[in-house]
Design a protein around this ligand. Structure first.
Ligand SMILES: Cc1cc2nc3c(=O)[nH]c(=O)nc-3n(C[C@H](O)[C@H](O)[C@H](O)COP(=O)(O)O)c2cc1C
Length: 314
């Protein structure tokens, strides 16, 4: 039996990554209903908004779903309390120290997964007692590691040193990629960018369309001095680049970033001035479709790939 299916009691080992401004209850419940595991991204939510999303998600699916809690926002404590009060049984923490909440969440009967982008943090997460890790390569959308280790390299390096189940993330949008990372030792996959371009994602339609039009080379990891993030190149990205070119300071970068850039870009659809988080794999996303079709197409392609590999002789 697949370890990730068993851990979450789901049909397919496909997890929809928690994503600010993109993964509310509609996307999470659609993915869970399709047999994967949907995650509500609490990073862009005030506590009462998170509660509303959890309650709506419960009405929309009777399948397991979880909450992603990035540990870098001021109302972290309140978000955690809401998850416990609302009796959600799966939490994916990210962007912080796995020791901070893992034991507390587990004492409350919650399955805990932590997202990492390096071997060092994977071991730290295992030591903190998490049930599984998401191991994310630097091609992924959103906030990312400083070391620029790719998914292809990072998965086997982490696999060699940990015993808990491993979920691969970063650059996975197809069944063939899912097959590849499972060949490297992953027990399941976390998919982000592909689900941003879905009917159910709460991201702005113009942002979704820009993802469909994106080509290889259109994203870049930047703002390493603040929190490294992979962005689609637009005017805001060019403004950041111009600051780097003249020699900038952290304060200047912070001032340029300002507040609510991500909301402005991904949620409100300001494609010029907004921050547009997406992965390298956007160059392979050619349509906007339902979450159900994304899950089913990945599984179909995984099976075809597996079958085709039988016929490859070396
Ligand atoms: C728009 C966007 C927002 C994201 N926001 C979060 C977040 O709030 N918390 C988090 O842990 N990861 C976040 N991520 C990362 C995803 O959960 C996922 O791990 C990543 O997208 C996987 O790589 P891929 O984009 O190549 O599929 C975000 C990714 C994207 C594209």
């Amino acid at each position: 039996m697949n370890k990730i299916k068993e851990l979450f009691n789901i049909q397919y080992p496909i997890i929809q990554g928690g994503m600010i401004w993109a993964s509310g209850w509609k996307l999470a419940s659609a993915v869970s209903n399709a047999g994967g595991l949907g995650l509500i991204g609490s990073g862009s939510m005030y506590p009462d908004v998170l509660r509303e999303h959890i309650q709506k998600c419960k009405k929309a699916t009777d399948k397991p779903f979880g909450i992603n809690v990035p540990m870098l926002y001021p109302n972290l404590e309140e978000l955690i309390q809401i998850v416990i009060e609302e009796n959600v049984k799966i939490v994916f923490t990210s962007a912080g120290n796995p020791k901070t909440y893992t034991q507390y969440l587990k004492e409350n009967g919650i399955t805990v997964v932590h997202v990492v982008s390096s071997l060092k943090f994977a071991i730290k997460a295992q030591d903190a007692g998490v049930d599984a890790v998401v191991v994310e390569g630097f091609e992924a959308g959103g906030h990312n590691g400083r070391d620029e280790t790719t998914t292809l390299t990072l998965i086997p390096i982490v696999k060699e040193k940990i015993d808990i189940p491993l979920i691969a993330a970063g650059g996975i949008a197809t069944g063939a990629a899912m097959y590849a990372v499972m060949a490297l030792g992953a027990d399941g996959v976390q998919v982000g960018s592909r689900f941003v371009a879905s009917n159910e994602a709460s991201s702005h339609i113009d942002f979704k369309q820009m993802i469909v039009n994106a080509k290889e080379g259109d994203t870049q990891l930047t703002l390493k001095e603040l929190a490294p993030v992979r962005l689609l190149k637009n005017k805001f990205y060019e403004d950041v680049t111009a600051l780097y070119a003249k020699g900038t300071s952290i304060d200047e970068l912070k001032t340029l970033l300002g507040r609510a850039r991500a909301k402005r870009g991904m949620f409100e659809g300001d494609l010029e001035e907004g921050e547009l988080e997406i992965g390298q794999v956007s160059g392979l996303i050619h349509d906007i479709k339902s979450a159900k079709d994304i899950v089913e197409d990945m599984i179909k392609e995984f099976r075809i790939t597996k079958n085709n590999m039988e016929y490859i002789s070396l």
